[in-house]
Structures are given as structure tokens and as C-alpha cells.
Design a protein around this ligand. Structure first.
Ligand code: PAF
Length: 254
């Protein structure tokens, strides 16, 4: 696996013989990798000739400074996992290189990005759409893989690819869960032991089939601070805080 930090070096490499005629699969991440990310990587390795993974903690998608500061960044462990998985290239750009314009140029979606998480995290999806467009332009993949835990993100990215005539296929991948049902997330490692024990109740509540308002009340009683429990797009979505950690999840409606 080769690791590239400088965008200039990456662009030269991408234009070189190494990529000629190769189908490129791409997995954009913010690092702190877990089995959910590795499932996307595995799929990319199976479906393409070359797999590129990016690790970039994107500042523009954090609406909370402390969340950005506390976001886990185990760079050496991430690189070791990716190398062992068989990834060909790790792209880990520096923030000042990703935003040479100081974020003057950005992608805004005018409807669905205001729903669900968008209502509680102003500007979050602008940051996601903008960074993913930049990354897709740099990597030029045939396919890019995204986890369905962030289903709203996946939907918005697919919409952007269609609206802006991007070449990449945006591929959704199923949520990977712990044995107790908790959806894998890089933020899970920030939970206290007590909150970690409570966390699987979020997935269980989503599956209960009870009316959304009742599910929300039930989560509150258990000690969660829910932002929303809401049905859309044939799914039930929830976001809820346990202490400082905000968890999201969604399930297909029966
Ligand atoms: O899902 C994530 O980890 C991020 O939102 C993404 C897609 C890598 C953009 O920073």
C-alpha cells in the first residue's frame, strides 16, 4: 500500500500508467476504521482492479468544534488495517490542501439536507457534499462506496452524482452491527462503559414497530437525549445523544 499526503503527488500518480485502464474503487472515510469500513473496502477490492481509501477528518462537516477536536485519529492503526486488507493506495490529504479556497466554494442541496440530521447539524451536509465532490474529482473512481448507517448522506451523495453528471457510481453498503445490535461507528469508542451498555437499545427501539413518538419517549426514559425518531424513504431513522456522544441509526420499515 502506498500512502500519499500531498495532493500534487496524488494527481501525478492518478494520471500515471499505474492507473491506465484500471477500474478504480474508492472508499472515502474519516479514519478510526472499524469492521463497517472494512466491509466497504472488501467490496471495493472484489469489484475493482485498484482500491483507494481516503482518510480525512473533514473540518467543514463538523458544526461542533469539540466534536471535531475529540474525533478519534488513530492514523497508524488505520494504515495497518488498510495495508492488511489489501488496499492499494491511502490518500490522507492535509486540510489546508483540501480547501485552497478557504471553503468559499461549496455544494448546497436545497431540500433533503434540511431534514433529519440536517435540522440539528446546520451546514453538515454542505461540508459532506463539498468534500466528497473534491475527493471524487481527485480519485476519479468508477465506484464509490458508502455505508447505509449514514443513509441520508448516501441519498444526498447519490442525488449529487446524478444532478452534477458525475461518472462515479455511488454504491450503498448495508450497516454492520455488533452482536448486541449496535451499529458500528467511529464514535462508539467515545462512549463510557455505562453508555456503551445502553447504546444497543437505540437499534432495538427502532425495530419495535411502535409509533415514532412513543419510541422517542421510550428512549428518553432509558436515558437517551433523542433529537428525532422519524419515518422517511421506507425507513425509520433516529439520532440520540448519550452524554457527549451522538448516535444515529436507521432500519428498513417492515
Ligand atoms: O461518512 C463519512 O465518514 C464522511 O461523511 C465522508 C463521506 C468520508 C465525508 O467526509
Amino acid at each position: 500500500m502506498r500512502t500519499i499526503n500531498a495532493i500534487k503527488s496524488w494527481r501525478a500518480l492518478r494520471a500515471s500508467e499505474a492507473f491506465r485502464g484500471r477500474r478504480v474503487g474508492f472508499v472515502p472515510t474519516m479514519g478510526a476504521l472499524h469492521a463497517g469500513h472494512l466491509s466497504l473496502v472488501g467490496r471495493s477490492l472484489r469489484e475493482n482492479d485498484v482500491t483507494v481509501v481516503s482518510v480525512f477528518v473533514n473540518p467543514t462537516q463538523f458544526n461542533d468544534k469539540n466534536d471535531l477536536k475529540n474525533y478519534p485519529r488513530p492514523a497508524a492503526a488505520d494504515a495497518a488495517l488498510l495495508r492488511r486488507a489489501g488496499v492499494h493506495y491511502l490518500l490522507a490529504p492535509r486540510p489546508e490542501e483540501m480547501y485552497p479556497d478557504g471553503y468559499r466554494y461549496r455544494v448546497t442541496e436545497g431540500a433533503d439536507s434540511a431534514l433529519l440530521c440536517g435540522a440539528y447539524r446546520p451546514g453538515h451536509f454542505d461540508g459532506v457534499l463539498t468534500v466528497v465532490l473534491k475527493l471524487l474529482n481527485l480519485v476519479k473512481p468508477r465506484r464509490a462506496y458508502f455505508g447505509e448507517k449514514d443513509y441520508q448522506q448516501y441519498r444526498l451523495l447519490k442525488g449529487m452524482a446524478e444532478a452534477l453528471f458525475l461518472d462515479a457510481e455511488i454504491v450503498p453498503c448495508p450497516i454492520v452491527r455488533e452482536d448486541d445490535g449496535l451499529a458500528l461507528s467511529s464514535r462508539n469508542q467515545l462512549l463510557t462503559p455505562e453508555h456503551r451498555r445502553l447504546a444497543p437499545a437505540l437499534a432495538a427501539a427502532l425495530r419495535s414497530g411502535k409509533p415514532a413518538a412513543e419510541v422517542k419517549r421510550g428512549l428518553k426514559k432509558l436515558g437517551f437525549e433523542p433529537d428525532y425518531v422519524e419515518d422517511r424513504w421506507g425507513r425509520r431513522f433516529a439520532a440520540a445523544r448519550l452524554g457527549k456522544v451522538r448516535l444515529i441509526d436507521n432500519v428498513e420499515k417492515a
